[in-house]
Design a protein around this ligand. Sequence first.
Ligand code: FE
Ligand code: FE
Ligand code: ZN
Length: 276
Amino acid sequence: MIYIGCHLSVTNGYEAMGKKMLDFGGNTFAYFTRNPRGGKSKEIIPEDAAALNQLLRENRFGALVAHGSYTMNLCASNPVTKANGLDMLQKDIDRMEAFPGNFYNFHPGAHTGQGADKGIELIAEALNSVLFPQMQTTVLLETMAGKGTEMGRSFEELRAIIDRVELSDKLGVCFDTCHVWDAGYDIAGDLDGVLQRFDDVIGLERLYAVHFNDSKNPCGSHKDRHEKLGEGCIGMEAMKRIALHPALQNKPFILETPNDDSGYIKEIRTVLSWMK
Ligand code: FE
Ligand code: FE
Ligand code: ZN
């Protein structure tokens, strides 16, 4: 089995998200740690955090996959952008300690013309300055589609970042199916081959979570446009093979498909029907 859920809004607080996911029939979820385009984060009230933690335990949820801001760019050439990114990362990681044992995933960044090697160096430097030995969160680098100067477009780039981080036991990867496909990995035609490649380059033990999305575009398009399950170029049969793949069992799968609540409920049901 896998854990399945979708992105939820933190607007009504933390326990409210857990309750909503119970209503949706899922057993994990994601939320933005702050406004994805702005930077404000929702205040954590200790009672609310405790209530969510209890709900997660009692209902045997899989790990949550909190998502960092899109505006956070740890390898920006603009020093102000870079410093803001580091500040967001630091605060997000500290705040995650209110929800021990969960995941914090973020987009590695965009090197904005400095080159991938410099990008790798800067992302690792940022992580080295914020990770701490006692932290109870695993930080996940997201596989990216490779739009523009986006970092994380290949398993090798992610590996190079991990290699440069001292507390690398705190680090893992979030495997976004739309992004991996758009980056040029044929998960529809050769899922075993792609996961073998992931294992050879990064190691499957670093694959902690999946963003479960179909793609509007063909493999290798570097576009990053998500589609509803089965309505995109990856297709339903391939999505099902991914959810049932032995290497991906017991991991949280997060839907980031273009859906309203009823669409997410339907997709969660579809995925759960595969598990039977
Ligand atoms: Fe993402
Ligand atoms: Fe994603
Ligand atoms: Zn995306």
